[in-house]
Design a protein around this ligand. Structure first.
Ligand code: PMP
Length: 420
C-alpha cells in the first residue's frame, strides 16, 4: 500500500462549495482558468461497464495489428536502441517529418519537412501555438461549439474565446465577418481563428469546400492567422478527403495534425506545420516544454508508416466508425422524441444533438447515468455557457449493438424529462 493518502481522499471543495485548496493564494492568475472539463469529470462514472458511454472520444484500436507492431518495436530497440532511447531534437525525427509530408499530401498539402514540428499529440501543438501568440485578454475566434481541449488551452493562457456560428455547412462566413467587426469596434485584438474543418469535434460537421477560400480570404484581409486542427480528416466514411485550408493559403495557416486517430493515440505523436518564421518560434517553445518529443514513439510511428499498409489500416478504421455512425443514426431515427434534431456526420467520431425546449442536458445527465447511458452536455463545448439544450454523442468506441441500446435508454430519459 502507498503510505500517502490518495488525492481523492482530500476533496478540494467543502460541502458548502468553499475552496479548501491550501495553495489557493499562491497560484498564478492563469491557473484560475484551469478547471476540470465536464468530459473529464464524467470519465469515472461513464467508464463503469453497465453504462453505455456515448461520452468519451477514445479511438477504437481493436483493428490494429498488435503482434506485428510488437515485433517491429522489439526489432527497433534491438537494432537502433542507442538512438531510440536517447534524446533527439525539439524539431522531431527527420525521417518522420518527411513521412508526415506524405500523409498531409493526401489532403493536398505540399509542406516542407523543415516546417514541421513534431509534438506530443496535436494537443501540445495547440498549447505551443497559443503560447506564442496569445497574451491575456487576446481574442481567439472558434466555431461554436468547439473542441473542449482547445478551450482549456485558450483559458490557460487567459485568451478569450469568441464563438462563431456554424450551420450544416460549417463555419458561416458572414458570422465570421461580424465577429471580426465587433472585435474591431471594441478595440480587441483577434489573434487567430481556431477551426476544425473536417468531421468537427463535437459538431460532426464538415466545412463546405465552397466556403473554404472565402473564410481564408476574410482572415487574410483582417490580418488574422488561421489555426487548422485536423485530426479526423482522413476518417471520411467513404474514403473522401477535403482540401486542407493549409493547402489553399500556406502563408497564413498553421496546420495541426495527429496520429492519434489514424494509428495510436497512446503514442502521443502529433505535429504542427507552420509558416517558416512561426515554425522557428514553435521549436523554441517546444524545447522549453519537453526538450524533445519522445524519440522511441516517433520511431515507432516512422517504422509503422514504412512497413505497414497504413492507408489500408485507415480504411479499416473508416469502416469501424462508419458502422457505429450508422447504428447511432438509425437508433436516433427510431427512438428520439419529436423535436430532437441532430447532425449527420460523414466522418469522424461525433454527432451533435439539439433537444427540445425545456431540456437542460447538464441537469439531466445524472438521471441518464442512472439509466446507464452517458453523453457530454453541450455547455462544455462553449466558453460562454451556451449549449444547455445540446449534447455530444460519440459513436467511436462501443459496439453498434451497445450504441443502439444506449440510444434507446437515452430516449426513455428524454421522454421522461419532457413529461415533467
Ligand atoms: N483536436 C481535436 C479536435 C481533437 O478532437 C483532439 C483529440 N480528441 C485533439 C485535437 C488532440 O489530439 P491528440 O493530442 O491526441 O493528437
Amino acid at each position: 500500500m502507498h503510505s500517502e493518502e490518495s488525492p481523492e481522499s482530500h476533496p478540494l471543495t467543502s460541502s458548502a462549495g468553499q475552496n479548501l485548496d491550501p495553495h489557493l493564494r499562491r497560484y498564478a492568475a492563469r491557473a484560475a482558468g484551469m478547471t476540470a472539463s465536464e468530459v473529464r469529470a464524467l470519465f469515472a462514472v461513464a467508464s463503469r461497464p453497465e453504462v453505455v458511454s456515448l461520452a468519451g472520444g477514445m479511438p477504437n484500436l481493436a483493428a490494429l495489428p498488435l503482434d506485428s507492431i510488437a515485433s517491429e518495436v522489439a526489432s527497433l530497440i534491438a537494432r537502433e536502441g542507442m538512438v531510440a532511447l536517447q534524446y533527439g531534437s525539439a524539431h522531431g525525427v527527420p525521417a518522420l517529418r518527411e513521412q508526415i509530408c506524405d500523409v498531409m499530401a493526401l489532403e493536398g498539402i505540399s509542406g516542407h519537412p523543415d516546417d514541421i514540428v513534431v509534438t506530443v499529440g496535436s494537443q501540445m501543438a495547440l498549447d505551443l501555438v497559443t503560447r506564442i501568440f496569445c497574451d491575456p485578454g487576446d481574442i481567439v475566434l472558434a466555431e461554436g461549439p468547439s473542441y473542449v481541449g482547445a478551450l482549456g488551452t485558450f483559458a490557460a493562457y487567459q485568451a478569450n474565446v469568441v464563438h462563431v456560428e456554424m450551420d450544416d455547412d460549417g463555419l458561416i462566413p458572414e458570422a465570421l465577418r461580424q465577429a471580426l467587426s465587433v472585435a474591431e469596434s471594441r478595440g480587441q485584438r483577434v489573434k487567430f481563428l481556431y477551426t476544425i474543418p473536417n468531421f468537427h469535434n463535437p459538431a460532426g460537421i464538415t466545412l463546405a469546400v465552397s466556403r473554404r477560400a472565402e473564410i481564408l480570404e476574410i482572415c487574410r484581409r483582417a490580418g488574422v492567422l488561421v489555426v487548422e486542427d485536423n485530426p479526423y480528416g482522413l476518417l471520411g466514411f467513404d474514403g473522401q478527403t477535403y482540401p486542407a485550408l493549409r493547402s489553399m493559403d500556406p502563408d497564413n495557416v498553421v496546420y495541426l495534425g495527429s496520429f492519434s486517430k489514424t494509428f495510436a493515440s497512446g503514442l502521443r505523436v502529433g505535429w504542427a506545420l507552420a509558416p517558416h518564421a512561426v515554425r522557428e518560434k514553435l521549436v523554441l517553445a517546444a524545447e522549453a516544454t519537453t526538450l524533445c518529443p519522445p524519440t522511441l514513439n516517433q520511431l515507432i510511428v516512422s517504422r509503422y508508416l514504412e512497413t505497414h499498409d497504413w492507408q489500408g489500416q485507415i480504411k479499416s478504421f473508416q469502416q469501424t466508425y462508419r458502422e457505429r455512425r450508422d447504428a447511432l443514426l438509425s437508433g436516433l431515427e427510431q427512438h428520439m422524441p419529436a423535436g430532437c434534431t441532430w447532425t449527420k456526420p460523414d466522418g469522424g467520431f461525433f454527432v451533435w444533438m439539439t433537444t427540445p425546449e425545456g431540456i437542460d442536458t447538464k441537469a439531466m445527465l445524472p438521471r441518464a447515468v442512472t439509466a446507464r447511458v452517458a453523453y457530454v452536455s453541450g455547455t462544455g463545448f462553449y466558453g460562454d455557457g451556451f449549449g444547455s439544450r445540446q449534447m455530444r454523442l460519440s459513436f467511436c468506441y462501443p459496439t453498434p449493438e451497445r450504441i443502439k441500446e444506449g440510444i434507446r435508454r437515452l430516449a426513455v430519459v428524454l421522454e421522461q424529462e419532457l413529461e415533467l
